[in-house]
Design a protein around this ligand. Structure first.
Ligand SMILES: Cc1cc2nc3c(=O)[nH]c(=O)nc-3n(C[C@H](O)[C@H](O)[C@H](O)COP(=O)(O)OP(=O)(O)OC[C@H]3O[C@@H](n4cnc5c(N)ncnc54)[C@H](O)[C@@H]3O)c2cc1C
Length: 398
């Protein structure tokens, strides 16, 4: 595998840098780099800029308004955008439901939904998990019963990320109880304004409202909102998960978080000297940096195999486990770097316009929130235990 970029790839990297220098709003980048709260409006403003550049839908065929980037170009974008402070792309519309609609939806669904995803008119959320169906997703119970031209939906979804902002939800629903679990599931698109849908917040450890419970009570969904065939939704759901798991290793984000950690540890003092010079602390930073470098190389190895026509297999699971462990280790070190100030956590400090006194310093303010929030990394997108099961079967042959 050649570890150097080609001339074309270097030119692409220059193009990305020039675009970000010119178009990334400074206020949004400051929030991202300072780990502050981003509003729905911030996300939408940035998405519009990306869409105008033609760089929003990097998984879509060009005929639907996508851009055909190679895996290496996607990797360059990941590295550069994290370094510059680009907001994380909200994946539910562009990277999850859209590829399913493109592959399995009918022409009418493509015409209706894809342009609205590109323009940012629709904000989608993902209705897969239920209180009794997470790792064992196929046991989901939300029921959809056909009644003439409609399905009547009853049940509950949970952990619905940013569902409070969404006007559309894609759901896995049970349409047949007489067959094996996987064979009786359908993939339905629903308007969040439909009577009978209720969204309730779940407040996470750091006091933020990021996830929700969504309840369905006799919700009437037109039959034309079914994607593909009835009872075949499991196939589409699995196809979507291959997109969800792509990029979960978050190498670019870990690199940005590591450089923030080093900068923080250079400013904070221990026994009158910068913390980064403390032998024990610097050893911990070195360990995580070595792990990150190894994960970045593995990531490139997988990219190279995809470029050569392969498909990412169980290696993605390995990368998800390592990548999320590294990110959590960096968060842990950052929390340790601010010492006792990690404890009295003031939620208001997460807002960019906060004008009160900071408990510690401005850059340290959101570190506890981030530490707690990122506990999620080893749970969502298939928990790390589930990924380890995949590695043990597919790679180790156990
Ligand atoms: C912050 C956050 C956001 C999320 N956003 C969404 C969203 O937008 N939409 C959505 O549909 N879902 C979302 N999820 C749900 C997520 O996909 C599930 O939490 C995840 O699949 C795990 O399911 P569970 O929580 O039911 O845990 P369970 O499946 O009950 O697992 C509990 C524990 O048991 C372990 N375990 C379970 N089965 C096995 C096994 N076979 N072998 C070994 N260990 C096992 C798990 O690893 C875990 O540690 C989100 C979750 C979080 C935390």
């Amino acid at each position: 595998m050649n570890m150097n970029y080609t001339a074309e790839e270097l030119a692409f990297r220059d193009e990305v840098r020039a675009f970000l220098d010119e178009k990334l709003p400074a206020d949004i980048a400051a929030k991202v780099k300072g780990f502050r709260r981003l509003s729905k409006e911030d996300h939408q403003r940035w998405q519009k800029i990306l869409s105008e550049q033609g760089w929003y839908a990097t998984h879509w065929p060009e005929e639907y308004g996508g851009v055909k980037w190679t895996p290496v170009q996607k990797h360059i974008w990941d590295e550069e955008s994290c370094r510059y402070g680009v907001p994380r792309s909200i994946p539910f519309g562009v990277n999850m439901v859209a590829p399913v609609i493109i592959k399995f939806g009918n022409e009418e669904q493509k015409q209706k939904y894809l342009p609205r995803i590109l323009s940012g008119e629709d904000w989608w959320c993902q209705g897969y998990s239920e209180p009794g169906a997470g790792s064992d997703l196929a046991s989901l119970k939300t029921r959809a019963v056909r009644d003439g031209d409609h399905y009547i939906v009853n049940g509950q979804k949970t952990w619905t990320t940013l569902g409070q902002h969404a006007n559309m939800i894609f759901c896995l629903v049970r349409t047949n109880t007489e067959v094996k679990n996987q064979e009786g599931i359908s993939f339905l698109l629903m308007d969040m304004d439909t009577p009978g849908i209720t969204v309730r917040p779940i407040i996470t450890l750091e006091g933020e409202h990021e996830v929700n419970e969504v309840f369905f009570e006799d919700v009437k969904v037109p039959v034309e909102n079914l994607v593909g065939e009835e009872d075949k939704g499991w196939t589409y759901a699995k196809y979507l998960l291959t997109y969800e798991r792509t990029g979960l290793a978050g190498i670019g984000m870990s690199k940005a978080a590591l450089s923030h950690l080093k900068e923080l540890a250079s400013r904070r003092l221990k026994n009158g000297r910068p913390l980064i010079e403390d032998p024990s602390f610097s050893q911990r930073i070195a360990k995580v940096e070595i792990d990150l470098t190894a994960a970045a190389i593995s990531n490139l190895r997988i990219i190279a195999s995809v470029e050569g026509g392969g498909v990412p297999g169980a290696e993605s699971s390995m990368l998800k486990v390592k990548g999320t462990e590294i990110r959590q280790a960096i968060n842990d070190l950052a929390r340790r770097a601010i010492g006792p100030y990690a404890l009295p956590f003031l939620e208001e400090e997460l807002d960019m316009d906060y004008e009160g006194d900071f408990l510690s310093d401005e850059n340290a303010a959101p570190l506890s929130a981030q530490y707690f929030n990122n506990r999620k990394l080893s749970i969502f997108g298939g928990s790390n235990e589930i990924q380890k099961n995949i590695v043990s079967k597919m790679i180790l042959g156990l």
